[in-house]
Design a protein around this ligand. Structure first.
Ligand SMILES: O=P(O)(O)OC[C@H]1O[C@H](OP(=O)(O)OP(=O)(O)O)[C@H](O)[C@@H]1O
Ligand SMILES: Nc1ncnc2[nH]cnc12
Length: 173
């Protein structure tokens, strides 16, 4: 499937100068989500990352892709959320976005030490969100195997902000 031809470009959203890559038309396509998940799985197999115990999905668009991948792999799904959403004890990290700053949290008991995990999100821009999520995973003691992004904005060099694990992206701009 030609993802790029289905993803919609919205200029000047949510701020002047940003081209927002809108994945809703791809999610609306009857085979869109299946093709994305197949894309992740094929690339993870090629990279030989091995058995995945848990998929970490980053709020909110990462929940859609992460939950679908977890189902397909027969793995756990663990949400990383914006602040004050998770009800039990959390680890917390602050990070920068392409536009603004934010905080992310994970439940302290969400992952066991040594659990083998991948982090999934729709977009890597500056890499701040994904790097913050790796810090949260590190605090739990789980093992980060790889990242999966539907979209990578190459010109922002986000992958330079990430730890040295394989990075899969399905569409590049
Ligand atoms: O690489 P970065 O510069 O950190 O940017 C990437 C993040 O920005 C977007 O999230 P947003 O905060 O807009 O949240 P949403 O998924 O809830 O719309 C996107 O879904 C990624 O999570
Ligand atoms: N340009 C962009 N399009 C969609 N999501 C984003 N998240 C950060 N930058 C983005």
């Amino acid at each position: 499937m030609d993802f790029k031809s289905i993803i919609r470009d919205i200029p000047n959203f949510p701020q002047q100068g940003i081209i927002f890559r809108d994945i809703t038309p791809l999610l609306a396509h009857p085979h869109g989500l299946t093709s994305i998940i197949q894309g992740f799985q094929t690339k993870f197999v090629e990279l030989n990352i091995g058995e995945v115990d848990a998929v970490i999905g980053i709020e909110s668009r990462g929940f859609i892709l992460g939950a679908a991948l977890a189902m397909s792999l027969g793995a756990s799904f663990v949400p990383v959320r914006k602040p004050k959403k998770l009800p039990s004890a959390v680890y917390r990290v602050e990070y920068s976005l392409e536009y603004g700053t934010d905080t992310l949290e994970i439940h302290q008991d969400a992952l066991a030490k040594g659990e083998r995990v991948v982090i999934i999100d729709d977009v890597i821009a500056t890499g701040g969100t994904a790097a913050a999520t790796a810090k949260l995973v590190q605090q739990t003691g789980a093992e980060l195997l790889a990242y999966g992004f539907l979209i990578e904005l190459d010109f922002l060099n986000g992958r330079k902000a990430l730890p040295e694990v394989p990075i899969v992206s399905l569409v590049n701009y």
